[in-house]
Design a protein around this ligand. Structure first.
Ligand code: FES
Length: 384
């Protein structure tokens, strides 16, 4: 039995030369705000990070949230800090996002000179650099245009939706800068270059299996799970993840058996299933013992790939249940195809007359969140 996961990947965020970003323009014509939840860079940021997650009603809805949220955050802090310590002391997501943004803008200056100079900014939801602080910085640098670019390829109201709602909240309390044009890229789960990136990441690992078993390796796509309550409200995330999976397998010529499973469930309520760990266990029982795990909804390495997939599943679980060989496809990170995907998505968006996707203005059919209604009305107005 043995895993050849991506444990090495955890070393990538320490201080690779490739991650050193160069200074960029201070007065860009086009600003691209890269939105994500973020991750603590040091373990002492974990309490604040968890507190922000647990008190965000777009991300999670708890009874008496203002009291229960902080209590859960405090309780979970030691366990989460331990996990970050085990992957080297913090999340690499900021460093990857900075690098992706830097490379994306270089390419954008080349392929879209009419909107240059471009500059990327990072806006995290739960940890520095917080979106609201970055918006203030952007305003000072006074670009002509700001593209709000969700870094989640597949849209969920809990992730992308929460980031977009937080921008609406910020401007409810601060006046909207005149002379800046805002537009939105909310989802890109089927972009051909994203699909090619994932296919390449899978081929990299598939080629490491010996030829005799290569075609039987199970490609196990894994994405963060979602409570069934959110799914039943009509959250588009599961279908958008499914669309990515389908296209990646088409790109690979349906070369292997595959399955989509869901990871990182928390709490006792029902979430999307099957879980990634149960899927590994179930297939091993059925005699399928070779796997590639593919984090299809993560564009950077972070705790869910470096700890949950690499340590908990590819190492501990694989040994426990008798897996023969298990590998993990790297997240897109700085793969050249992925950087090209990012710059193409933005360039296509900048050329397009539409400042946002009409789907973005549509609420889930069973949405009961008044913040979504106010936020969508605001975007309809500011992106008109
Ligand atoms: Fe999806 Fe409100 S929960 S739009």
């Amino acid at each position: 039995m043995l895993l050849k996961g991506r444990l090495l990947t955890s070393k990538l965020f320490t201080s690779p030369a490739s991650l050193r970003c160069t200074a960029t323009v201070s007065n860009p014509k086009t600003a691209i705000l890269m939105l994500n939840m973020g991750g603590p860079q040091h373990t002492d940021q974990v309490p604040e990070f968890l507190l922000r997650i647990m008190t965000d009603r777009d991300m999670i809805q708890l009874p008496v949230q203002s009291r229960l949220g902080p209590w859960i955050a405090q309780r979970r802090t030691p366990e989460v800090q331990k996990k970050y310590k085990e992957i080297g002391g913090g999340s690499p997501i900021l460093k990857w996002t900075e690098l992706q943004g830097e490379l994306m803008c270089k390419d954008l200056d080349r392929i879209s000179p009419e909107t240059a100079p471009h500059k990327h900014y990072v806006g995290f939801r739960y940890v520095n650099p917080l979106t609201e602080d970055t918006l203030k910085q952007i305003e000072k640098e006074a670009p002509e245009r700001v593209v709000l670019f969700s870094q989640y390829p597949q849209y969920s109201c809990a992730t992308s939706g929460s980031s977009f709602n937080s921008i609406f909240y910020h401007y409810r309390q601060h006046s909207l800068p005149k002379n800046i044009k805002f537009s939105v890229i909310d989802r890109w789960s089927t972009h051909p270059l994203l699909i090619k990136t994932f296919a390449e990441r899978i081929r990299e690992e598939l080629n490491k299996f010996c030829e005799t078993k290569r075609k039987d390796v199970v490609i196990l796509f894994t994405a963060h799970s979602l409570p069934l309550k959110a799914v039943n409200r009509g959250d588009p995330y599961p279908s958008e993840v499914g669309a990515s999976v389908h296209l990646v397998m088409q790109e690979l010529g349906k070369s292997n058996p595959y399955i989509l499973a869901w990871q990182s469930k928390v709490g006792p309520l029902p979430w999307l299933a099957p879980s990634t760990d149960d899927t590994i266990k179930g297939y091993v029982k059925q005699g399928r013992k070779n796997f590639i795990l593919v984090p299809i909804a993560f564009v950077n390495e972070h705790i869910e790939t470096l700890h949950e997939l690499d340590i908990e599943y590819c190492d501990e679980l694989a040994k426990e249940v008798g897996v023969e060989e298990i590998r993990r496809a790297a997240a897109p990170n700085d793969h050249p195809l992925f950087i090209k995907a990012l710059s193409s998505i933005v360039a296509e968006h900048l050329k397009d007359e539409k400042p946002l996707n009409p789907k973005f203005l549509m609420r889930c059919p069973m949405c009961v969140n008044s913040r979504c209604m106010e936020s969508k009305n605001w975007y309809r107005h500011i992106c008109a």
